[in-house]
Write a protein that binds this ligand. Sequence first.
Ligand code: DC
Length: 213
Amino acid sequence: MKFIVAIDGTAASGKGTLAKKTANHFGFKYLDTGILYRVVAYYLKSSEIHSEISKQIVQDSLRLLINKDFKLSHLRNEEISFKASIISKNKIVRDNLLTYQREFAMQEGGTVLDGRDIGTVVCPNADIKIFVDADIEIRAKRRYDQYLKNNSDSNLNLNDIIDDLTKRDYIDKNRQLSPLVSAKDAYLLDTSNITSDDGLKKIIKIISRKLEK
Ligand code: DC
């Protein structure tokens, strides 16, 4: 059985946690597509590459993800978040990551992908599309608590995070290629005033209804 769930949304809206829990609940495979853009940004920075981005560079970046010594925590900081948003405007990056994402999505057994353009560009025929958003202050507070918990970026304060998220939303929504926008046929999920478990329940209901048909 092929069944694709596309979960898009703004930065720190909670889409990643919801997508992961959704995949666990249904036994589907899960891909956090933001990681792909983040690893390219990380590779460019750590290898001090300042030349034009090529297909080879994107492929070399992705190889880091299969290296078992590579720590994903290197990708989860504000600097890489911002750089990822910048390089995600690049056509060579987007085109090369598109193939990878589509192949992942088409696997048997059900898949969940979260990102910015899954329901609009990567999988426009996804079985279920969800668009997640929340108020900027609430998203920033959640991100701040996450950093405190992980003891990373401890110099950041809440206002810095609000600024970073605002800039990132702006870049993601206004880029020419695959901008962040809700697909017309997506369910909108505002997580400002609900817990992650409440959000998950809503998504499970939507998917179960479709699976029963
Ligand atoms: O979901 P995230 O915050 O980890 O994503 C980091 C950046 O990657 C995001 O600001 C824009 C880019 N991105 C994208 O352009 N398309 C996606 N499907 C996923 C992420």
